[in-house]
Design a protein around this ligand. Structure first.
Ligand code: NDP
Length: 295
């Protein structure tokens, strides 16, 4: 099965690694070509010079880009892939995208006989390395049937969320919850440190109590207490995700004031800390505001 993979970023490169073996024949493209060449140096994948070159002859095309805007760009931009897509191919978009753009891309591709599945992933770079990502997909069963073996190569829990855009919606809300957990755990722990409670002692209790979350059990102990703050998932991307959830809530007239507040705070953190920091570094903004370190 011929696969084209576009977007070798923090998680894209790890997903692509699982597709570099039989029965797949992989071609990769990345905007910064040096990254594609680095990838090919340790894999058997071919490197394409443009999105159009990458997808010619491919049965499955995978995009893993920051947002749906970049997916649009590789479709319609210079040397874009739209006219080069094979009739009968499926575009599997692993970007955490936005539902309206995914729906409009799906409609445009359907007119050309090309399938579209939005298939955002969850589990971070650890699950991506292990090939055990959670995949929430939106689209039609007949299209998914053509990419199932591909998704199974990097996904473990694979769930049909609904029609095109449903995977994006689910992913945006999941990540909005992640943002709330990081911000609330950061505030709670900063408050306790100010109150004279040791952060490790506080976490020992919280993680045996009802306030615990993946953030308190894993992210804060491994990344904040150690001050390691590894870059695995950019804060800018989490800000984008909670923004997608906010737009969805606006469109549907849903009342989500807690998510809106978290979105504002995350946006503020992005403005202060910049585009390249990891998402967990949002805690640093709270630490500075409170004049304490959680360690
Ligand atoms: P990165 O920021 O690490 O990588 C982004 C990729 O997109 C790079 O290959 C980059 O190319 C490319 N790109 C950026 N802008 C453009 C453009 N205008 N045209 C073409 N290519 C472009 O992102 P991740 O790999 O971390 O994330 C990819 C997607 O997966 C996002 O939607 C993210 O929200 C989602 N995700 C990420 C997770 C993680 O743990 N990292 C977890 C779950 C989902 P270049 O090398 O040239 O910069």
């Amino acid at each position: 099965m011929r696969i084209a993979f576009l977007g070798l970023g923090d998680i894209g490169s790890l997903i692509a690694s699982h597709l570099d073996r039989d029965p797949f024949a992989l071609t990769v493209w990345n905007r910064t070509e040096a990254k594609a060449r680095d990838f090919a140096a340790s894999h058997r994948a071919a490197v394409a010079a443009t999105p159009a070159d990458a997808v010619r002859g491919a049965e499955v095309v995978i995009t893993c880009l920051p947002s749906s805007a970049e997916v649009e760009a590789v479709l319609h931009g210079e040397h874009g892939m739209l006219d080069a897509l094979e009739k009968g191919a499926v575009l599997l978009d692993c970007t955490s995208g936005d539902p309206p753009t995914s729906r409009s891309i799906a409609a445009e591709l359907a007119r050309r006989g090309v399938g579209f599945i939005d298939a955002p992933v969850s589990g971070g770079t650890t699950a991506a390395k292990a090939g055990s990502l959670t995949v929430m997909w939106g689209g039609e069963e007949k299209d998914f049937a053509r990419v199932r073996t591909v998704v199974e190569a990097f996904g473990k829990k694979i769930v049909h969320a609904g029609p095109v855009g449903a995977g994006d919606a689910l992913k945006a809300v999941n990540n909005a919850l992640l943002a709330v957990h990081i911000l609330s755990a950061g505030e709670g722990l900063a408050l306790l440190v100010k109150a004279g409670v040791d952060a490790k002692t506080a976490l020992e209790v919280i993680n045996a109590s009802s306030g615990r979350s993946n953030t308190s059990e894993n992210l804060i102990p491994q990344r904040v207490l150690t001050r390691a703050f590894p870059r695995t998932f950019r804060l800018a991307l989490l800000d984008k995700d909670i923004g997608i959830a906010e737009v969805l809530a606006d469109e549907l007239g849903a009342k989500t004031p807690v998510l809106s507040l978290a979105a504002r705070r995350l946006h503020q953190a992005r403005e202060i800390l910049g585009e390249e920091v990891d998402h967990v570094e949002a805690v640093k903004m709270i630490e500075v505001e409170n004049g304490v370190e959680i360690r």
